[in-house]
Design a protein around this ligand. Structure first.
Ligand code: CS2
Length: 508
């Protein structure tokens, strides 16, 4: 006998959820949108949206979320069909804690440009974003959504979406284009400008968004660019919670344990942190009552988080892919990789970190390793490896540069960077083809083909991609040689053995 399909989560079925699941502690019926969020993926639902639920419980106000997706996924079949309701599930080992989130009150998904309803839906999203009731705009659009050149942080004027938006400013296809259009409409209508809060793991995320939006404005209408430079408020933030992409197994498990089908389910870890630059004069949700930290300078928090948490992820995810390990927790469960993660941070990264008020860095590292080892988080090594070209600067290359300046060791970082090069070339040491999902894939795969298994050629050509590496590293013969040596070792032997020998050589 097959089980009947469980009822779908939504306003009419909330009472079917087990009583133990925490509900919004505010009057959801009175909630109206005041936050526009661009890029409603799993991370937003398990981070800013939960902070917003807590903030609404602590101090109710007009701060519901209007979620807009300019790219996949289409939200209409998931959150749209559930009245915006979904559950977030926190997992640690065997423990599971579930909560119903109510802050998402409206969603708009703009279909692709070839879809008949594209223009009308984009216009609806722009009109909604320009409403005076929207006081805050948050973004999680992934690193590449900023259309910047990773090495410089400047807008890439050759990016196809940016070229499109320069030619068609009123029907933007990029995120900077959407934000610019919304801001221009608000200025035109005399509507106050919202705070723009980037929540992506991009270096100086608010400043990067500012450079992209102003760079685009200056290419379209320099006077508008000047005005926004004076009046718009772009806030830097540091965001932290590990939230892997939701898997069908997660949704099935939730349905069988609760009796309700939630197509908007997200699964994350208990750890949660948000640091926001304290510079906006207008009203905001009471996120500080929900534990968000408002500070004058986010940079030290951001550098710590990106070099330790994301640094370990990006140092090891490609080595994990090369080793056939599916999840980050599988990599971290291996004592050799775990020791490598700790050793690289302790010896190569920590000596060059800024002091961070209130944070004990060795304890933070120990906690980070525990988080990344949490076996209940099914965070795919391939997911973290995706768009590596947009990630490695802040996670691996900046720590490398800091180590080179200070004369501290850096061979562990070089193995991680070599791992990225080997992975991005499209094949592992046994010649097995690897899926490379990456804006620079065409170039890195061509380099892989052309280098014919010669590590020095591969490294030389990879370092010449100045959009990722800038110009300093390719001009450094010693670094080139050390990286070539690391890549050669990864070409010849399993990554785990390369790491084991490295640890042994360092211990001696
Ligand atoms: C991950 C991050 O996929 C990735 O790029 O490194 O999403 C990471 O899990 C979060 O930044 C943790 O806060």
């Amino acid at each position: 006998m097959t089980n009947p399909t469980p009822p779908r989560l939504g306003p009419a079925t909330l009472d079917r959820l087990p009583a133990a699941i925490r509900r919004p502690g505010y009057d959801r019926a009175r909630l109206t949108p005041g936050i526009l969020h661009l890029g409603v993926g799993a991370f937003h639902r398990c981070h800013q949206a939960e902070y917003t639920d807590d903030a609404l419980e602590a101090a109710f106000g007009p701060w519901g979320i209007l979620g807009v997706n300019l790219r996949a996924p289409d939200l209409s079949a998931s959150l749209g069909a559930q009245g915006g309701y979904y559950c977030r599930e926190l997992r640690e080992g065997e423990q599971v804690e579930r909560r119903l989130i109510g802050s998402m009150v409206e969603t708009i998904s703009v279909p692709g440009a070839n879809d008949a309803s594209h223009a009308a839906t984009l216009e609806r999203a722009l009109a909604a974003a320009s409403r005076a009731s929207i006081g805050v705009v948050t973004l999680t659009v992934t690193e590449k959504g900023y259309c910047h050149i990773p090495a410089t942080g400047e807008l890439d004027l050759d990016h196809p979406d940016i070229r499109h938006d320069i030619a068609n400013p009123s029907a933007p296809s990029s995120v900077p284009g959407f934000v610019l259009r919304m801001m221009a409409r608000r200025l035109g209508a005399g509507t106050p400008l919202p705070a723009l809060i980037s929540c992506d793991n991009v270096p100086d995320n608010g400043s990067t968004l500012r450079r992209s939006v102003l760079g685009l404005a200056r290419a379209i209408d320099p006077a508008l660019g000047d005005r926004l430079a004076r009046e718009a408020c772009f806030l830097n933030t540091m965001v932290d919670r590990i939230v892997p992409a939701t898997r069908p197994e997660d949704i099935d498990g939730f349905a069988s344990q609760t009796g309700v089908l939630d197509m908007g389910l997200v699964v994350g870890e208990p750890f949660l942190m948000w640091v926001i630059e304290n510079r906006f004069g207008g009203p905001m949700p009471a996120w500080e009552k929900a534990g968000a930290l408002f500070v004058d300078d986010v940079a030290p928090y951001e550098i710590l988080k990106m070099r330790v948490v994301n640094g370990i992820q990006s140092n090891l995810c490609q080595l994990g892919v090369l080793s056939g390990l599916e999840f980050m927790s599988d990599v971290m469960a291996d004592g050799i990789f775990r020791a490598f993660a700790r050793r690289t941070i302790e010896r190569e990264v920590m000596p060059n970190l800024p002091a961070v008020h209130g944070i004990d860095v060795p304890a933070y590292l120990t906690e980070t390793i525990k988080r990344l080892t949490n076996p209940a988080l099914k965070h795919r090594t391939l997911q973290i490896s995706t768009d590596g070209s947009q990630k490695i600067k802040q996670r691996l290359l900046e720590p490398l540069r800091a180590a080179l300046r200070a004369g501290t060791p850096c061979d562990g970082l070089l193995i991680g960077i070599a791992g990225w090069m080997q992975y991005a070339s499209g094949r592992d040491s046994s010649g097995r083809k690897l899926p490379v999902d990456e804006p620079f894939a065409q170039r890195t795969l061509a380099i892989g083909e052309a280098s014919g298994g010669d590590a020095a050629t591969l490294v030389g050509k990879m370092l010449e991609i100045d959009g990722i590496f800038g110009f300093d590293l390719s001009a450094d013969a010693a670094i080139k040689a050390r990286l070539s040596d690391a890549v050669a070792r990864l070409m010849q032997r399993p990554a785990r053995l390369v790491v084991r020998d490295f640890l042994a050589s360092e211990a001696g």
